[in-house]
Write a protein that binds this ligand. Structure first.
Ligand code: IPM
Ligand code: MG
Length: 369
């Protein structure tokens, strides 16, 4: 009986997944011609409101002329707090999602994900609802010649059904989903990036020796897409050795664009960010055809709040995300001004009382912009 029920649920999942890919309709946005760009701002939880306050001030400073002329509209969206989500029992409350969908792009602070239980992560819901299929995370260490960019598939893999696994007494089963459609579009995004940015190598990372169906498909489809880019060298790695490669100084600066499924991308981008200087230092872009969401790579740091260190949170990651947002909406000059100011700002935030506060850093940065 239990097995029959589980089979029924599995059937529903299969149908829904096929429907998802079969009903897709692309809606592209061209930011070079779009007259008004609406940027939604979401504070998030924990250290979110603190680092977002800095990010908001910097954003206003960078685009104040366009805000005044109405070309850029900033919309502050409340209600995506963990308290509100738990009270309503919705990972992204309906009214919040509606507001989000009235924007073009979002700058979002970290949102807390309850461990266990049934509640889905707000990030995962947003990535799915807005169809943000490319998670793009650049990591650079210029003095070592490291210039990596990770193209992580963001709407499939272990995440898409992560809250919808099956449990029988003594047995739990989760699902991993890979489609031709989902893989093609992330591979296309990675290769297009390489082609347009003078990169000549794309590294595909999976565990296709073990996850034969899903990762096997991912690799095969990526190689199919690669055929359209004969000038770009393609290589395959398994995720375990790739995590070692990133800490191997003899070869790590040879990697350029890294293309990988969802969960491996989640894990390895934290490693990469740590190598760059900490998870607080890397920005993250979630890009779809219609919407895009930019966020810090780290979480809401509840421990920092508990220890009374919230004011010392480092806004570098959310500011890097803001750079990515400005590049995405075709404001390269504003993105460049922010990057330059960050490069030359000598105020150090260390995440504890030895360093500057988030606000002190923002004050210094704004004076440099
Ligand atoms: C990230 C985060 C998210 C993820 C969490 C918050 C759901 O770790 O953006 O990397 O696992 O994707
Ligand atoms: Mg992560």
């Amino acid at each position: 009986m239990l097995i029959e029920q589980a089979c029924e649920s599995f059937k529903t999942l299969l149908c829904q997944q096929l429907e998802r890919v079969n009903n897709y309709k692309a809606q592209h946005v061209d930011y070079t011609t779009k007259e008004v760009v609406t940027i939604g701002i979401i504070d998030g939880d924990g250290i979110g409101p603190i680092i977002m306050e800095a990010a908001k001030r910097v954003l206003y400073e960078l685009v104040k002329d366009e805000i005044n002329s109405g070309k850029i509209v900033i919309k502050v969206i409340d209600g995506l707090t963990i308290e509100n989500r738990l009270a309503l029992n919705e990972p992204v409350p309906k009214s919040v999602l509606e507001e989000i969908k009235s924007c073009d792009v979002l700058l979002k602070g970290p949102t807390t994900t309850p461990m266990g239980g049934k509640m889905e992560s707000a990030n995962v819901t947003l990535r799915r609802e807005l169809d943000l299929y490319a998670n793009v995370r650049p990591v650079q260490i210029p003095q070592e010649g490291i210039d990596w960019i990770f193209y992580r598939e963001n709407t499939e893999g272990e995440y898409v059904l992560g809250s919808r696994g099956i449990e029988l007494p003594g047995l739990a089963m989760d699902f991993k989903v890979t489609t031709d459609f989902g893989t093609k579009r992330i591979a296309r995004a990675a290769f297009e990036y390489a082609k347009n940015n003078g990169k000549n190598r794309v590294s595909i990372v999976t565990k296709a020796n073990i996850m034969k169906k899903t990762d096997g498909k991912f690799t095969a489809v990526c190689h199919e897409v690669a055929k359209d880019y004969p000038d770009i060298e393609v290589d395959d790695w398994y995720i375990d050795i790739m995590t070692a490669n990133l800490v191997n100084p003899a070869i790590r600066n040879q990697f350029q664009v890294v293309l990988l499924p969802n969960l491996y991308g989640d894990i390895i981008t934290d490693e990469a960010a740590q190598i760059q200087g900490g998870v607080g230092t890397a920005g993250s872009a979630n890009i779809g055809d219609r919407y895009a969401m930019f966020e810090a790579i780290h979480g809401s740091a509840p421990r920092m709040i508990q220890e009374g260190l919230g004011d010392y949170a480092n806004p570098a990651s959310i500011l890097k995300a803001l750079v990515l947002l400005l590049q995405h909406i075709c404001r390269p000059a504003a993105a460049e001004r922010l990057l330059k100011a960050m490069d030359s700002c000598r105020v150090a935030v260390t995440g504890d009382r030895d360093g500057a506060t988030c606000k002190e850093y923002a004050d210094a940065l704004i004076s440099l912009i």
